[in-house]
Design a protein around this ligand. Sequence first.
Ligand code: NAD
Length: 500
Amino acid sequence: MIECAHFINGTPFSGASGRSNPVYNPAIGAVEKTVAMASAEDVSVAVAAAKAAWPKWSKTPALRRARILDKFKNILWDRADELAKILAGEHGKTQDDALGEVTRGLEVVEFAIGAPSFLKGEFSENVGSVVDSHNIRQALGVCVGITPFNFPAMVPMWMFPVALACGNTFVLKPSERVPSAALKMAEWLTEAGLPDGVFNVIQGDKVAVNALLVHPDVKAISFVGSTPVAEYVYNTGTANGKRVQALGGAKNHAIIMPDADLEMTANALMGAAFGSAGERCMAISVAVPVSDVVADALIEKLVPKIKALKIGATTDEDSEMGPLITKEHLAKVRGYIDTGEAEGATVVVDGRDFKQDKQGYESGYFIGGTLLDNVTPDMTVWKEEIFGPVLAIVRTSSYQQALDVVHRHQYANGTAIFTRDGDTARNFSQDVEVGMVGINVPIPVPMAFHSFGGWKSSIFGDHHMHGMEGVRFYTRIKTTTTRWPSGQRSNAEFNMPTLG
Ligand code: NAD
């Protein structure tokens, strides 16, 4: 049995807690590895390593830091398949999807390599007579990343490349369900020349998280996961004097206007609702057709596509959708479909009927794609994040009614509109109270040089991730005002200076 350890000071570290957890392969429903579960003492070892490495790393020229990240990026390019395979084996997503995830993470590394440019400060000559002023962005110190199971490589890479490029050191606490990708990235960072202690991995659960949230040497925390934990991390972290950005859950709606290209929309919804078995924070889980005519025509197109979904293990090249992450999550998603039916939704395609009969995968955590029609905003399946391959249809009769459905939801991560009308699209993009908006684009995930984040209960904190928002989060501004006296020395001044 493989043991996934922590990674501290450039080397694997078993820890002293004596606790470990099983790591499952969700496609076969069996334990393949174990993962060490950190105690508060183990966390202190990791933070101490990051703290010790910080003075030198923060003073290393940004260009040299960027060159190390450039080497890491080249390793990622060369071995993307290897990383994708590792994470897909623990998560269950298809190999192509996993490769896409690695690529999106790699793009943040590409952005971070621009550190010498984006860390350039501002300079004002003569802010007063013979007085100049300049500001710079300086690193914070030890930064922490706490990440979810659904993107074991990409979400950590939303965080650490920018944090490291800015001169911080880092402790990553990945999800205990998918511990291996973080270790592989740590190994490759070391190979790229990153000094020991600059990037560390601590494995574990809430014991590790709680220790990180109150540790006096942790300066900033980036979190991605479910909303209740995001809110807890934000409240506890900020109460302990840390800078926190905490991204939470989602329920993303797509409005389908009567003039939409329905074939394109149906194909887009298939990928957005069922890709990665719906375990994406940017998954479209609610389609909001405007009019019954649109709803009926859309359902007619979706049903055969959902029934034809190829559901299988990541090792099967034909798979379009893999299993869910755990047995418990499978039971939860099935339970949501039961609840939806009991509350009056129409189960048009029922994923509960799916049986995986491929030899060796009978015990995997598979479920079929599900389509629920006649869902209304008072139903549990609309209110709560299901995080499974379940697409709900909420019928509306006007654009305004559709927009109101989007606005009633507590989550506001991503949304999309499908239309051929520029005026409607522009109004939607301007008025909708959601962080990431797609116009005929179902999963509007911003590129690395833009920033990722939702609004409302999908985020706690002021900064989105990566892009310049990431740079702002991982640095603080220092402004220096300078006067070089020439010749005559003046006496002390006790009044505020006036202009001129
Ligand atoms: P989760 O909240 O259960 O876990 C996230 C992290 O928090 C993990 O590292 C976990 O070990 C830790 N954790 C879990 N429970 C904790 C507790 N009680 N106290 C302290 N730490 C705890 O989330 P998950 O199931 O791994 O991931 C799925 C969720 O993440 C979904 O809600 C999804 O929408 C969300 N997500 C959001 C985004 C986004 O960008 N907004 C991106 C990806 C995933």
